[in-house]
Design a protein around this ligand. Structure first.
Ligand SMILES: Nc1ncnc2c1ncn2[C@@H]1O[C@H](COP(=O)(O)OP(=O)(O)OP(=O)(O)O)[C@@H](O)[C@H]1O
Ligand SMILES: [Mg+2]
Length: 256
């Protein structure tokens, strides 16, 4: 989905000059990125290129050594993950963070309850309203038939979808997905991403997703941002970015 002029020109996300080192490892350097409302941006790069570090800095899980991060022109640099989440930035993880012993529906209810800051949130967690909202989100992700199943017993693809559905309980402006299709079989990847993108289509939400499969990138991204050694080495349409010599050399391995 592309942004429309009525949404204005202020980027939803504006990261400027981000730097992050872990000892001698440069995980981010001179990282600058602007994303406008409604864009679908894929973050690509080989293992250790700095994709998760970037996601972690935007979501507050890692504080950058330098640089700034603006969300709708509000400075969120270095704020706590919880605060950034409440301000409208949600994420999923490379490995879904779920309560394995609870049912799919109960995971949704916990996620919803955590957003409601009311002191009696546990009592309200199973209120008719909360259940209705949770079921509506599960329906958007084709998860209704799994609602009463224990998470420990459902397939990996279902857990991935649930993790993303749970991220939406905060009604985010910006959603970051760290490898939504990792651990999902080749046959299931496209159907799964179809469900995710269809579920997200209903809102003008900006989505950044980390992805290793270039077929998925080409099909679902409006724009590709390629990382290598902590730097952004390409930032363009999928067609142009994936044809760039540095991307072919350092990311896709199609140029030797
Ligand atoms: N908490 C940490 N402590 C030390 N080094 C880290 C930490 N997090 C990341 N790194 C290092 O920073 C670099 C970038 O890692 P990052 O996890 O961002 O890569 P990535 O692009 O997400 O890779 P992958 O595709 O394997 O998930 C790597 O060299 C990694 O080992
Ligand atoms: Mg990663």
């Amino acid at each position: 989905m592309s942004a429309t002029p009525s949404q204005g020109s202020i980027p939803v996300l504006r990261a400027t000059g981000l730097e992050k080192r872990f000892g001698a490892v440069v995980a981010a350097t001179e990282v600058c990125l602007e994303v406008i409302a409604g864009e679908r941006v894929s973050l690509i790069g080989s293992n250790g290129a700095g994709k998760t570090t970037f996601v972690n800095m935007i979501t507050g899980y890692i504080k950058p050594d330098a640089g700034s991060i603006l969300l709708d022109d509000r400075d969120i640099t270095g704020l706590e993950p919880r605060t950034i989440n409440r301000m409208g930035v949600a994420r999923s993880f490379q490995i879904p963070q779920l309560y394995a012993e609870l049912s799919v529906l109960d995971n949704m209810l916990v996620a919803t309850a955590c957003q409601d800051r009311h002191p009696s949130f546990w009592r309200q967690a199973r209120s008719a309203d909360a259940v209705e909202r949770a079921l509506a989100l599960l329906a958007r992700f084709n998860l209704l038939e799994h609602a009463e199943q224990r998470v420990a017993g459902v397939p990996g693809g279902i857990r991935k979808l649930l993790d993303i559905a749970m991220a939406l309980t905060v009604q985010p402006r910006l959603l970051l997905l760290d490898e939504p299709t990792s651990g999902v079989s080749v046959e299931e990847k496209f159907p799964m991403m179809d469900i995710v993108m269809h579920a997200l289509e209903q809102e003008v939400m900006t989505v950044l997703f980390v992805e290793h499969d270039m077929d998925i990138v080409e099909r679902y991204a409006d724009r590709v941002v390629a990382f290598y050694s902590g730097r952004i080495i390409a930032n363009d349409t999928p067609q142009i970015a994936l044809a760039a010599p540095d991307v072919r050399r350092y990311v896709t391995g199609t140029l030797h």
